[in-house]
Design a protein around this ligand. Structure first.
Ligand code: PLP
Length: 394
């Protein structure tokens, strides 16, 4: 698999690259890079507006991305955004502003990424809505507390799979409970779609947000899947070209499809690149890789524990292959710099989840996150890299 990814040909600080920062962003296969380069060299034009050949090719390339998204995730609607963050903000602005009122309840969890906390806090300031956070206890959402918090809830926002701990939440149960009280439900699936196939309609959420760059696609593009009922409840919040049907000096009418929420020139080359990534990943058996990567992560976890590290990731059978850990005395950043000197890329810090860090009682962790192209040899290099750090710091 590594041979599909040109980046693995480079050396980092004199060493072959061992890339274990996949929860932040994944590497891109040559077909994605080539598709974007080909678009700029041969088809570059704006979409939807002109009748010339290049505009037709650009529109086809961009809209192919939307069709592939709808097909892959079984959704009737796919609004293309700049990523998970914009998708969640879009729900807050386009649905939240017109459907939530003073005193209404939005249920979140302590495990959310900042992008699924801050937009709701901003909305709460504007509309005096109440935010209730489901606690995390021993790495799991407290579902009893969730049932209590649901009382009067209008919206539930849950991270499907945690970027910090790899935990896959029981989203099926959460969706069923939210629906039983008539609440809408938003899934942050940024870390989920890279690891498992999701049938959006079957799962039954109202909104699902994710980013291309975490599944081998380009940066700067993502999607919001919306079911038809929730779609009809949304009002556009960004006005401009492409989202209108007619504009007069007296007022405007809007498109009725996803374009209503995509004002302005979209990310055309990125759409073309994401379509190539979706095509590439459709040939990958995610389930088989999930098992393989989880087993590598589990053996990394026990090796780290043997070396005196605290590992926070439970690595249950459905969890993503993410190993978050700390050393009793070595600061995560020092640790990561010493690994980087050996060509090993890991992430450190709060991972945009400060409330979860507070819950874990740490200011940050070191996170090794694996993806499709990682293999046993990466784990070996990583662990000998760890030993080298421990030697240097002894
Ligand atoms: N939600 C989760 C769980 C994430 O891991 C991330 C990115 O790390 C985001 C949201 C934000 O994604 P983006 O920066 O692509 O908008």
């Amino acid at each position: 698999m590594k041979q599909d990814f040109p980046i693995f040909l480079r050396k980092v600080n004199g060493n072959s690259l061992v890339y274990l920062d996949n929860a932040a962003t994944t590497q891109k296969p040559a077909c994605v890079i080539d598709a974007m380069s080909h678009f700029y060299t041969s088809s570059n034009a704006n979409v939807h507006r002109a009748v010339h050949t290049l505009a037709g090719e650009a529109t086809e390339g961009y809209e192919a991305c939307r069709s592939l998204l709808k097909q892959r995730y079984n959704s009737t609607r796919a609004i293309i955004t700049s990523g998970t963050t914009e998708a969640i903000n879009l729900v807050a602005r386009s649905w939240g502003e017109s459907n939530l009122n003073s005193g209404d309840v939005v249920v979140l969890t302590e495990m959310e990424h900042h992008s699924d906390i801050v937009p709701w806090q901003m909305l709460a300031e504007r509309k005096a809505i109440e935010l209730r956070y489901i606690p995390v206890i021993d790495g799991e959402l407290d579902l009893d507390a969730f049932d209590v918090a649901l009382e009067g809830a209008k919206l539930v926002c849950v991270v499907h799979t945690s970027n910090v701990l790899g935990i896959r939440n029981p989203v099926e149960k959460i969706i069923a409970a939210a629906k039983s009280v008539g609440a809408r439900i938003l899934l942050d699936a940024a870390q989920a779609v890279p690891h498992e196939m999701i049938d959006f309609q079957q799962l039954g959420a109202d909104f699902m947000a994710f980013s291309a760059h975490k599944m081998c696609g380009p940066t700067g593009i993502g999607a919001l899947l919306v079911n038809d009922t929730a779609f009809d409840e949304m009002e556009p919040f960004m006005g401009g070209g492409d989202m209108i049907q007619t504009v007069t000096l007296e007022g405007s009418t809007y498109q009725t499809n996803e374009h209503k929420f995509e004002a302005g020139t979209p990310r055309i080359a990125e759409g073309v690149g994401w379509a190539a990534a979706l095509d590439w990943i459709s040939k990958v058996d995610l389930q088989q890789h999930h098992k393989r990567l989880l087993s590598i992560a589990t053996s990394i976890k026990s090796s780290l524990q043997e070396r005196g590290m605290t590992v926070y990731s439970p690595l249950g059978p459905d969890d993503a292959a993410v190993v978050s850990f700390t050393h009793p005395t070595i600061h995560p950043e020092d640790f990561a710099r010493l690994l980087d000197a050996q060509g090993i890329a890991v992430r450190t810090g709060h991972h945009c989840a400060q409330p979860l860090m507070d819950k874990l009682g740490v200011s940050g962790t070191i996170r090794a996150s694996l993806y499709l192209y990682n293999d046993d040899s990466d784990a070996e290099v990583f662990l000998s890299g760890i030993d080298r750090v421990l030697e240097v710091m002894a």
